[in-house]
Design a protein around this ligand. Structure first.
Ligand code: FSO
Ligand code: SF4
Length: 539
């Protein structure tokens, strides 16, 4: 196997024996085959679309297939085999829709093996090390593949809430088709990568609309970190609809629901916070789950990444939902959560133990609702600078940088944060500036959309370019959603982003050069040095 799609890539270059994430070589091969198959479906789908023909089943399969291969989503070979078999039918459907083609690539024509062992062999033959292309082309193609995976995750959440957008599907087909087109050069792919960023802004906007139409705009809300007496279920992932259904099915049953990781922003949505048994938040970011879940006295369910190898101590009370799968962990296929609730009823649950409260709910609507106050504070010199410290968390010790950075941000600066990286500092007290909290939790990783809206509104108010704002972006990345968010920021022309804890292994030296020259993107240094550089430059 060879995989370097996430920040945990072994030795900073790639996982070759087994994934640091726990991905086994057979699963890696099946996922490589699925990506290969998706390129073929995209080829036919793109051709059909050029003739004005499309099919919702084909479009939606692209979303599911891509999201399945995101880091920490699907570790179950049997589940991926089923997806590949379904994909084979979808491929035939797309081919029939497109009609005959003279030079269809192998990805669009290969016959899927009859069994899992055969599919694994096919996947091995289409792994990254088999690509005979120039290093820069390989790098930029992989950037696009990872961008598509991240975008598919957001499109999937929106789709689950009944929201779709034709722009997204048209781009997915076009981009997947481009990946087998040897006539394209580096700058063609750079253009496609920037388009990926733009289309992802549309995708995150669509998801924002889905969330806010359905559950209202998030409002500043205190989240309890302690526990309520009663049975308990912990929900991890990003999917709000799944949480809502579970809240409905547990109403009046003496079972409290706790959020984990990226589910914490749920507490700020009026349509979800109205459930009084949405009791609080438990634990830290995803990489601490194996240690923390042992102490959760109820059932636990994952609705998206990031799942890790479950410890035996809680495996029998762990469930997966949606595209997340782990071998031997019970999967909930639809919307009936009675097995999860039944398990929670059998377990001891929590005692009453109130704890600290932290604030969430600063989406674009809440922040822009007090825009006048914020602008006046900037003009009066009370707020000197904004820092967006956001992105994913992970296990590397270098990630302490983000805690240290947040702690060292001067008292006259405001921190916006989002995604699971916030757990590095969201339980610290930052105080406020004239009633404006110094730490504003904007939401999940996809709520980068909110952060962008806030930045654009500030730029409008100060009549300047976003790059001229007293705003710096200090980002942490882990998996492919972070890749697509980065592409979105670059597609908006945002410069001077600091990225860590390490730069992606899939970026070739020439592609990195391009990014540095055009966007002045750079690696994080030390918290003190970076702060000095940013604030020195801003002074
Ligand atoms: Fe984190 Fe995992 Fe939200 Fe990611 S829980 S790392 S970027 O899946 O999606 O921030
Ligand atoms: Fe390694 Fe990350 Fe790939 Fe897992 S997803 S195999 S940790 S590079």
């Amino acid at each position: 196997m060879f995989c370097y799609q996430c920040e945990q890539a072994a030795q900073g270059t790639g996982c070759t024996k087994i994934g640091v994430c726990g991905k086994q070589p057979d699963v890696a091969a099946l996922q490589d085959l699925l990506v290969h198959q998706l390129k073929g479906i995209g080829y036919w789908g793109n051709l059909a679309r050029q003739q004005g023909k499309k099919d919702a089943a084909i479009d939606r399969f692209l979303i599911d297939g891509l999201f399945t291969t995101v880091t920490n989503v699907d570790f179950d070979p049997a589940a991926i085999v089923k997806i590949l078999q379904h994909g084979d039918k979808i491929r035939a459907q797309a081919q029939a829709l497109a009609g005959a083609a003279a030079n269809a690539p192998e990805a669009a024509t290969f016959a899927l093996a009859a069994d899992q062992a055969g599919m694994v062999r096919q996947g091995e033959a289409h792994g990254l090390t088999t690509f005979a292309v120039d290093a820069d082309i390989k790098s930029i193609r992989e950037i696009i593949v990872y961008g598509l995976k991240g975008m598919a995750a957001y499109a999937d959440h929106a789709l689950i809430l009944g929201y779709e957008d034709e722009t997204i599907y048209a781009y997915l087909h076009k981009a997947l088709a481009s990946l087998s087109d040897d006539k394209l050069g580096l700058m063609d792919y750079v253009g496609l990568a920037m388009e990926c960023g733009k289309v992802n802004l549309t995708t995150m906007g669509l998801l924002d609309k889905a969330h806010t139409d359905k559950y209202g705009h998030p409002v500043p809300t205190k989240v309890q970190l302690g526990t309520k007496k009663g049975k308990a279920i912990l929900v991890s992932g990003h999917d709000l609809k799944m949480l809502e259904e579970l809240l409905k099915q547990t109403e009046g049953q003496g079972v409290n629901i706790y959020t984990h990781g990226e589910m914490i922003p749920a507490h700020g949505y009026p349509g979800l916070k109205k459930y009084t048994h949405l009791a609080g938040n438990f634990g830290g970011a995803w990489q601490d789950q194996a240690k923390e879940f042992v102490d959760f006295p109820g059932s636990i369910i994952f609705n998206t990444n990031c799942i890790q190898r479950p410890a035996e101590a809680y495996k029998d009370r762990l469930f997966t939902w949606g595209l997340v799968q782990w071998p031997d962990v019970e999967h909930i296929g639809g919307w009936d959560f009675s097995a999860v609730i039944k398990k929670a009823q059998e377990l001891p649950g929590f005692d009453e133990a109130p704890g600290k409260e932290i604030l969430v709910g600063f989406g674009h609507n809440a922040v822009l609702g007090v825009a006048d106050k914020v602008i006046a504070a900037v003009q009066a010199g009370q707020i000197k600078h904004f820092f967006l410290i956001g992105g994913c968390d992970g296990a590397k010790s270098g990630r302490n940088y983000y805690t240290e950075f947040a702690e060292k941000v001067p008292k006259d600066c405001v921190i916006l944060t989002l995604a699971c990286g916030k757990y590095r500092f969201n339980k610290l007290d930052f105080g406020d500036i004239g009633g404006i909290p110094r730490l504003l939790d904007v939401g999940q990783c996809n709520d980068a959309y909110s952060a962008i809206q806030i930045a654009l509104a500030l730029a409008g108010a100060f009549k300047c370019d976003v790059n001229a704002l007293p705003l710096s972006m200090i980002l942490s990345w882990y998996e492919q959603k972070a890749v697509v968010i980065l592409l979105t920021l670059l597609s908006l022309g945002i410069k001077n982003i600091k990225l860590g804890p390490t730069l992606p292994a899939f970026i070739s030296p020439n592609v990195l050069n391009f990014l540095v020259q055009n966007f002045n993107i750079g690696p994080i240094g030390t918290a003190e040095g970076d702060l000095k550089q940013i604030l020195g430059a801003a002074a």
